[in-house]
Write a protein that binds this ligand. Structure first.
Ligand code: SAM
Length: 254
């Protein structure tokens, strides 16, 4: 069990036991995650192969290949506006059980909670416990809370090179159901060998009790997010991410 960051690589980046990191991947590992020389991370080629890798200059030195049995064939990042009270604890626990890869807590315009630094440690402990309980191979990464717009930029810089689907859940408005997109994506997966060679990444954003502001939704759309519905009822801020995660995991696992 390890809490190592995972990055998606193209199969061609692996050459003689070395992973040739792109400038974007170097930026992400060194500047965003603040990894140092010798730190370990996991490289995934999107074809089911994972490698434990060590940062060595501008490259990754492959240490060993990893056996992965309980992880999803998709990387899921949940961007969630922090709910009030301790609601986030249960979201971290349940989404870890469901298979989330990264959780990015964000502070939106209508977020009421501004968490103490101790909260982050608590969430990471909860994720570790839940990963162990659900027999996962890896513990999800819980990022430090950032402003929603900063979160959007991080997601874009991190995922710019991979084939990602990005959705923002919006309780009002006439948007297509998330399941429609997931079903379409599965059809593409099954019919296109080319697509399956690319890394599959889903980013899902859910709002706070008061919902996203119109400008937040606009910014997300400008960053490549598709607004989606989760059905005709208004779900609580803590229910929405769990329902969305359940749909995504079922779509990719069944
Ligand atoms: N107060 C908001 C309103 O009246 O529009 C509702 C916010 S809801 C409690 C919290 C978050 O859950 C929303 O921002 C959205 O991300 C998500 N959510 C809840 N129900 C949803 C639905 N039916 N479709 C899509 N997203 C939903």
């Amino acid at each position: 069990m390890s809490q190592l960051q995972r990055i998606a690589i193209a199969p061609s980046q692996l050459q003689q036991g070395q992973i040739l990191l792109t400038p974007e991947q170097q930026h992400y590992l060194l500047r965003v995650l603040r990894l140092r020389e010798g730190d370990r991370f996991i490289a995934m080629d999107g074809q089911g192969k994972w490698w434990l890798t060590q940062l060595a200059g501008e490259q990754g030195q492959v240490l060993e290949s990893l056996l992965v049995q309980t992880e999803l064939p998709v990387s899921i990042t949940l961007m969630m506006a922090l709910p009030k009270g301790n609601g986030f604890d249960e979201v971290v626990r349940t989404c870890t059980e469901l298979g989330v890869t990264t959780i990015a807590p964000v502070l939106s315009d209508r977020t009421l909670l501004h968490p103490s630094p101790q909260k982050l440690e608590r969430w990471r402990r909860i994720a570790a416990e839940a990963a162990e309980q659900s027999e996962r191979s890896f513990v999800p990464i819980i990022l430090e809370p950032v402003a929603f717009n900063t979160g959007l930029s991080l997601v874009i810089s991190h995922l710019s090179l991979v084939n990602s689907q990005k959705y923002i859940c919006e309780a009002r408005g006439d948007y297509p159901h998330l399941l429609n997109y997931l079903n379409k994506q599965q059809t593409v997966n099954n019919s296109s060998a080319e697509w399956s060679r690319k890394q599959k990444t889903v980013v899902i954003a859910t709002g706070p009790e008061g919902g996203w502001t119109p400008i937040e939704v606009e910014n997300a759309i400008a960053s490549g997010f598709q607004p989606v519905s989760l059905g005709r009822r208004i779900l609580r801020a803590v229910t929405a991410p769990i329902f969305a995660l359940s749909l995504i995991t079922a779509a990719y696992e069944v």
